[in-house]
Design a protein around this ligand. Structure first.
Ligand code: TYD
Ligand code: MG
Length: 453
C-alpha cells in the first residue's frame, strides 16, 4: 500500500516543512505555505548503499574533452544571450511577466528553425490561437509541430514518436505529472515536471526551452524554484507599455550573463534591434532644455539613451520626486549632492526624471547625465544634442571613473557625437589624439556648471 505523504511548501521560494508555518523561515514571506501531496520515497538513510553501481571518481585532466555542439537559433539576439547558440541537451528557462511576449518569442524561434524539427507544446493556448499568432508573425515552416497537451506522460509519448530536435514548453506552470498529486503550477509539480524534462534532455541531448510566468507579487510559485535545476535562466523584461523588450541572462552555464538581447514588439511579432542607440535617441532639430544624451552600457553593449528631466516649482509643501527607469533613491542622493556642492535649492522644486524608450538603467555611469539634465531643466538652458555624458557621481561630488570607457567613446564617435564628458580619472590609458570625438575630462560636478550659464 502506498502511504500518502504530504508536506507544506512555500509557494514563494519552494522551502519545505513538515507542518504549516505562518512565516517562511527561508524567504521571510507570510502565509505562503500550502499543503501538497508527495509520494512516499524510500529514503531510509543518506549513506545507504545503492543497488546500481556507482560512478567512479576521475581526475579532471583525464575527462575527455567535450566539444559542445551549438545550434544556431537563427536569431542573432538570442544566440548572443545564450553565449553563441543553443547548447544541445541544455534546459533554458525563459521567465517573464504575463503578456511580455514569451510565447511570441518562442513561437518565432520555432518557426525560424528550417533545419531542425521543433515541437512546441502549449498548455496555455488552443491550436487556433497559436495559428493566429503564427500567421501574424508571418513565417512559414514545415518542420514545426504544435502539441496541445499538459500531461507529461502524454507529452513524452509524442516526443518518442516525433523525435524533435528542439522542444519548447509553454508554460511549465501548466504541466502536470501523474507521479505527483498536487495541482499544476504548485511547487512540487513544477519541480517534478522539470526534472522529467531535464532527464530527457540530458539522455537524448535535446535542448528544451521552458517558459515560466512570474507575477509582480510573486504569489504564484514562480520559476524561482527552478533556477538551480536548469542550465540557463533568461528573463524577458521591459515595460509593457513601451516598445522595447530586453532578454537578459540571469544564469548561464554555457556563457556570460552580461549579454542582453533587445527586441521591439511590432504587429508582426518581435523585431530584433541590432543598433539600439539609433532608435533610443530622437535627433531633435531644436535644442531642448532638460534633455541629455547618456552613454550607458547594457550587458556588454554600449547604448546611447536620452535622459529627460523636468524641474518645476513645488506647488505643495512636499516636493515631488518621480523617476521612471532610474532608481529613485539614487535620484534623491544626486539631488542632495547638487544641493550641497552646487548650492541649488532643489528642496522647493519638483523633480521628474524619465529614461526614454522605457528602459531601466542600472549603470551608474548615467549619474552625470541625470545631474546635467536636472541642471539644464532648472536653468532652462539647452545642451548641445551632440554632447554625451558618462560618469558616476560620488557623495562628495566627484565624478568617478566607469568601466568600458573605450567602448562608450567609440560608440559615441560612430554615431557622430562631437564631445563626450567623462571622469578625469578615466583618462589613464586613453589616446586622446586618435579619436575624432573630443573627450572632455571632469573632476567634480562643479566643473560642469559653465555648460549651463
Ligand atoms: P504573448 O507572447 O502571449 O505574451 P506572454 O506569452 O509572455 O504572456 O503576447 C504578448 C503581447 O504581444 C500581446 O499582448 C499581444 C502582443 N503582440 C503584438 O503586439 N504583436 C504581435 O505580432 C504579437 C504576436 C503579439
Ligand atoms: Mg504566453
Amino acid at each position: 500500500m502506498v502511504k500518502i505523504k504530504t508536506a507544506f511548501f512555500c509557494q514563494n521560494c519552494g522551502a519545505q516543512s513538515p507542518k504549516w508555518i505562518g512565516k517562511c523561515p527561508q524567504c521571510g514571506e507570510w502565509n505562503t505555505y500550502v499543503e501538497e501531496v508527495i509520494k512516499t520515497e524510500n529514503n531510509s538513510s543518506k549513506f545507504s548503499r545503492s543497488l546500481t553501481p556507482s560512478a567512479l571518481p576521475i581526475l579532471v585532466e583525464n575527462i575527455p574533452e567535450a566539444t559542445e555542439h551549438r545550434i544556431n537559433t537563427n536569431s542573432e539576439e538570442l544566440n548572443r544571450v545564450l553565449g553563441g547558440g543553443l547548447v544541445a541537451g541544455s534546459i533554458v528557462l525563459v521567465g517573464g511577466e504575463p503578456g511580455i511576449g514569451k510565447s511570441t518569442l518562442m513561437l518565432q524561434i520555432a518557426l525560424k528553425q528550417k533545419n531542425h524539427k521543433v515541437l512546441y507544446v502549449s498548455g496555455e493556448e488552443s491550436l487556433q490561437q497559436i495559428k493566429i499568432r503564427a500567421e501574424r508573425i508571418g513565417l512559414k515552416n514545415s518542420s514545426c509541430y504544435i502539441l496541445n497537451e499538459t500531461k507529461t506522460s502524454n507529452i513524452f509519448e509524442q516526443i518518442e514518436e516525433l523525435k524533435p530536435q528542439i522542444i519548447i514548453i509553454d508554460s511549465i506552470q501548466t504541466l502536470v505529472s501523474e507521479k505527483i498529486e498536487s495541482p499544476s503550477g504548485s511547487v512540487s509539480q513544477i519541480k517534478e515536471c522539470t526534472s522529467e524534462l531535464l532527464k530527457y534532455a540530458k539522455e537524448t541531448n535535446t535542448p528544451v526551452f521552458l517558459i515560466g510566468h512570474i507575477t509582480k507579487e510573486g504569489s504564484i510559485a514562480g520559476p524561482k524554484v527552478l533556477e538551480h535545476i536548469v542550465d540557463t535562466v533568461l528573463y524577458f523584461e521591459g515595460d509593457r507599455n513601451h516598445l522595447f523588450r530586453i532578454l537578459r541572462a540571469n544564469k548561464n552555464r554555457y556563457g556570460s550573463t552580461s549579454e542582453i538581447g533587445i527586441f521591439e514588439m511590432v504587429n508582426t511579432g518581435l523585431r530584433e534591434v541590432i543598433n539600439p542607440s539609433e532608435m533610443l535617441v530622437t535627433n531633435h532639430e531644436e535644442q531642448l532644455s532638460g534633455t541629455i544624451i547618456a552613454s550607458t552600457v547594457e550587458g556588454l553593449r554600449p547604448i546611447l539613451i536620452e535622459v529627460q528631466a523636468l524641474v518645476s516649482s513645488a506647488v505643495y509643501g512636499m516636493p515631488q520626486r518621480t523617476s521612471t527607469g532610474f532608481d529613485l533613491r539614487r535620484l534623491n542622493m544626486l539631488l542632495a549632492v547638487l544641493e550641497k556642492r552646487c548650492g541649488f535649492k532643489l528642496a522647493t522644486k519638483d523633480v521628474f526624471i524619465n529614461i526614454a524608450g522605457g528602459l531601466k538603467v542600472e549603470d551608474p555611469a548615467i549619474d552625470l547625465a541625470v545631474v546635467c539634465a536636472i541642471l539644464s531643466s532648472n536653468q532652462d538652458v539647452a545642451v548641445n544634442p551632440k554632447f554625451t555624458f558618462a560618469g558616476e557621481i560620488g557623495l562628495s561630488g566627484e565624478v568617478r571613473p566607469i568601466n568600458r570607457i573605450e567602448q562608450r567613446i567609440s560608440e559615441a564617435e560612430k554615431l557622430g557625437y562631437e564631445k563626450i564628458f567623462i571622469s578625469k580619472y578615466n583618462l589613464k590609458g586613453l589616446d586622446l589624439n586618435t579619436s575624432k570625438i573630443k573627450i572632455v575630462p571632469i573632476k567634480k560636478i562643479e566643473n560642469i556648471m559653465p555648460l549651463f550659464f
